[in-house]
Design a protein around this ligand. Structure first.
Ligand code: ZN
Length: 430
């Protein structure tokens, strides 16, 4: 910069400065782009829904250089280098899946995140404990680095993560090495959200609260406010379920919140017991523990949700827990289908979209404006069809329910680059 005057510098940055001063978040694209500049991609005519700005209506979305630069009733076709016609389709921010398994080749149950895109419209996904400290670097270097989808992770408190699945990772408590786990957190604050632990009896056997306590200690040792993601479903005893809930801190994530899975002896030890919501569950919810769905292949029971939700424990986030086993199960836990089940349970379209965009984005808290369609947000877009008509849903315990609509994935754009046509050159920069 030495040969540059301050005036040259201002001339270069002037349009951005002016845009900031005039309120770039609310004004049109001309604030950031010249009026003759073209958008790389315009998504035209969709029914746009963005809970982050209470927006619902027909809008065109203009994306340039990977970023949303305009969201307006009409963007002239002449200003678009490429166009996607979204007429009659629902357009939201790219969906965010807070609990899924996206570590292929390194854990036994992972699916490539990019292969999920056409089934889920997910532009951001969180690996829920696929890796422990021993195989976390391989997840970052070999999987995340070559995926188009944005990937974050909870590191497992067990040093082997889910690599030995279906062999339980914590029958031997020695696998839970809290100092090593804390080191992983300390070294990856831009990538990790916190620590995963699975508390089911068939995972931890008789170790009680110890795995959870070690996870919390790792979070508290690492130097930044890491969260726990705690998997429940079939914990050893009824009492243990309340004790787990009592240990969770505000901001920690309870996943499989509506599991109806039994423990090894066949007893039902979940947050609804004998038809009643546990007081410890309501207390956890009220002090700010996040309730996540994590549907999966065995972890979502309509009859548990029927009691827990009216009792005060609605979900904060909807996630799939999709992996190679759950993806082949009758409940079909692909994220838009799980969102559709919550519409059947009485939540609005706006609510289920918020629970799969803005709400998980807030928990991830690693990238500005993900989960929104605000000007300046990454060009991550989900285009879905809201199919109205009779539809039948099944949970993971073979309960069936009839619904009136479901969400069907149509097209996904990540960082301004669509999956499938229309392609751009260079194909991607990020
Ligand atoms: Zn899972």
């Amino acid at each position: 910069m030495s040969g540059w005057s301050r005036r040259d510098f201002l001339a270069l940055t002037g349009s951005a400065t002016a845009a900031t001063l005039s309120g770039r978040l609310t004004t049109s694209a001309e604030a950031a782009m010249g009026p003759a500049d073209k958008f790389d991609l315009v998504i035209k005519g969709g029914d746009v829904l963005d809970p982050s700005q209470s927006l619902r209506g027909r809008r065109d979305i203009g994306i340039r250089w990977g970023v949303i630069e305009a969201i307006e009733p009409e963007i002239a076709a002449a200003r678009a280098l490429k166009t996607i016609d979204a007429t009659g389709k629902l357009v939201t921010s790219g969906l965010i899946d807070l609990h899924c398994h996206v570590y292929p080749y390194g854990s036994a149950i992972g699916i490539p995140a990019d292969e999920l895109v056409q089934h889920q419209c997910t532009t951001t996904v969180v690996s829920a404990g696929d890796a422990g400290v021993n195989n976390l670097a391989a997840l970052r270097r070999y999987i995340v680095a070559q995926s188009r989808a944005r990937i974050y992770a909870f590191v497992h408190i067990a040093n082997n993560g889910l690599s030995a699945f279906p062999v339980a990772e914590l029958y031997n408590i020695d696998n839970a090495q809290m100092e090593a786990c804390a080191m992983a957190l300390a070294e990856n604050p831009d990538f990790l959200i916190g620590v995963k632990v699975r508390m089911s009896e068939n995972v931890i056997f008789k170790h009680g609260l110890e795995p959870l306590k070690r996870g919390i200690q790792a979070c508290e040792m690492c130097g930044w406010p890491a969260r726990m993601m705690v998997h429940i479903g079939g914990v050893e005893t009824k009492e243990l379920m309340s004790q787990i809930l009592d240990l969770l801190r505000p901001g920690d994530v309870l996943t499989h919140s509506y599991s109806g899975a039994p423990n090894i002896g066949g007893a039902f030890t979940n947050i609804v017991q004998d038809g009643k919501l546990l007081p410890a569950a309501l207390a956890a919810k009220q002090r700010g523990v996040m309730f996540d769905v994590g549907h999966g292949g065995g972890s979502f029971d309509f009859t548990v949700a029927d009691v827990a939700i009216p009792g005060g424990c609605a979900p904060d986030t909807i996630s799939s827990d999709i992996h190679v086993f759950s993806g082949n199960s009758p409940g079909m836990p692909y994220l838009p289908n799980v969102m559709s089940k919550f519409m059947m349970l009485g939540f609005s379209l706006e609510q289920v979209v918020a629970m799969a965009t803005t709400a998980p984005a807030k928990i991830i808290n690693r990238a500005p404006k993900i989960g929104t369609l605000q000007i300046g947000a990454p060009g991550d877009i989900a285009i879905m069809e809201l199919v109205e008509g009779p539809v039948s849903f099944v949970d993971t315990r073979n309960n069936k329910r009839d619904g009136k609509a479901y969400l069907k994935p149509v097209q996904t754009v990540i960082n301004g680059v669509p999956f499938g046509r229309p392609y751009q050159a260079p194909f991607a920069v990020r």
